[in-house]
Design a protein around this ligand. Sequence first.
Ligand SMILES: [Zn+2]
Ligand SMILES: [Zn+2]
Length: 155
Amino acid sequence: MTTLTLADGPATFLLTPRPAGDGVEVCAPLPHGLTPDDAVPLRAHQVRAGDLVIADFPDDFPDASGAPRICDHLLYPYPADPHALSACPCEGCEECEDFDESGFNAPHTTTDRDARWVCLAPSTSDEPCGVYFRNAPLAVIPAATVQTRARRTTP
Ligand SMILES: [Zn+2]
Ligand SMILES: [Zn+2]
C-alpha cells in the first residue's frame, strides 16, 4: 500500500494494491511487471504523453478529517495522450457527448470546457475517452519509468 502526496497540498492519497484474481471486475495487470509502487501522484493537467494512468481518486470533497482518499484502479491502464477536450480525435464517444455544448453541461462554451477539463485518452473502439477536471488527482507511472522497465523486460 502506497501513500501519495501531491506537491501542492496536504491531502494524501492511498494507492491500494491492484485487485487481481476472480471478481466481477478484474483489473488488467500492469505491463512490464510495473506495480503501484512505481506510481506518482499528478494533477490531470500535469500528465504528459506516454505516462501510464493507473488510478484516479473519485471522492472529490475536501475532507476536514485529513483522511486519505482511496484510489479507484482503472480496469485498463492506458498511456496518456493529453489533449484539449475540443480537439479530441475521437468521433463523439459517450464520454465526450456528455460535454457537447448541446449536452447536459451546456451552455459552457468551448473555451470554458477546455479551461476546466482535459482529455487524457482518445476513444478507441470500445473504450471512451478519459476526461478529467484539470486539477483531478491521478496516479500515473511516468513515461520514463515505463520505458526503462520495458527495455529491461523485453529481450
Ligand atoms: Zn471522446
Ligand atoms: Zn478525448
